[in-house]
Design a protein. Structure first.
Ligand code: KMH
Ligand code: ZN
Length: 278
């Protein structure tokens, strides 16, 4: 099955690792809240979930048993492609981030280099990137290459030249734009990054952090790309108007897609697009 060109992959990133539950009570942090969010986002048009999990105090964690519970819970309740974050929080050690693959997700995020992340550093040294990539190949987990700047796009060329194609044979990238320290969230930056993607790229999405969310979404749609949205990336609908649910953000880009005649991709089509085995 070839996925028709008019399909729009919407990935929802509902939680992230940066926002405190105390500051945003509507952020889904418990397993029950994340499963409920997944169900309603699938109904709204999402086909994949990019997931960070939290502990009982709502703090970011990479505890393996909880990761497995999250993968199982979302698989039982939805058909969404389950992508676990290997980025975690800026405080997570590299070895714990490698162990995320033990939870056997369909997909994992894989950031292509170290980036300043606001006042923090999101550490992705080259040997770690290579190890995580080879592990994903061995385990049959499809990576989504997270690209925070143009240098990381070129690092992806280097990775693919050295180690070959990912599990499943497809190359799916996500441009993460507007992080203070990474590329800015503008149409100009998006066009430059898309032009630099490896020729073997089979699909790409983009996400604009914070106030760049709509500019990036519109630019990505104009270039034929896919979209990631969610409360990991943005907490206001417009100035002073808080996001109440991830579903709202999915619905908003479904509407943008409708305007440009793109139909939300189903999870089955997403599996075909990404080459996941499940
Ligand atoms: N939380 C950020 C430090 C990923 O999920 O792979 C990293 C991040 C990227 O969110
Ligand atoms: Zn993430």
């Amino acid at each position: 099955m070839r996925v028709p060109d008019d399909r729009l992959l919407i990935t929802v990133a509902p939680t992230g690792a940066e926002t405190a539950k105390a500051d945003c009570p509507q952020l889904p942090t418990t397993l029950e809240e994340q499963v409920a969010t997944a169900v309603e986002c699938q109904a709204a048009g999402a086909a994949m979930i990019h997931l960070h999990i939290r502990d009982d105090e709502h703090r970011p964690t990479l505890e393996l048993a909880r990761l497995k519970d999250a993968v199982d819970g979302i698989r039982e309740a939805t058909e969404l492609v389950v992508q676990l974050s290997t980025g975690g929080s800026v405080h997570d050690p590299l070895d714990a981030r490698l162990k995320v693959l033990d939870a056997e997700p369909d997909s994992c995020s894989l950031t292509m280099g170290t980036t300043n992340f606001g006042d923090d550093v999101f550490l992705n040294p080259w040997p770690f990137v290579c190890e995580l990539y080879q592990l994903s190949q061995e385990r049959g987990v499809v990576p989504e290459f997270e690209l925070f700047d143009l240098g990381q796009v070129h690092a992806l060329h280097r990775l693919l030249d050295k180690y070959g194609l990912p599990a499943g044979g497809k190359v799916h990238c996500d441009l993460v734009m507007g992080v203070p320290g990474g590329m800015n969230g503008t149409a100009d930056s998006l066009v430059a990054a898309v032009a630099a993607l490896p020729d073997v790229t089979t699909s790409w999405s983009a996400t604009g952090i914070g106030r760049s969310t709509l500019a990036v979404a519109l630019a990505a749609l104009s270039k034929g790309g896919h979209l990631r949205v969610g409360m990991e990336d943005v907490l206001t609908l417009s100035r002073g108007v808080p996001v109440e649910s991830n579903r709202q953000l999915v619905e908003r880009v479904v509407e943008l897609g409708r305007i440009v005649q793109r139909t939300p991709m189903t999870p089955a089509e997403c599996r075909e697009l990404l080459g996941t085995s499940t």
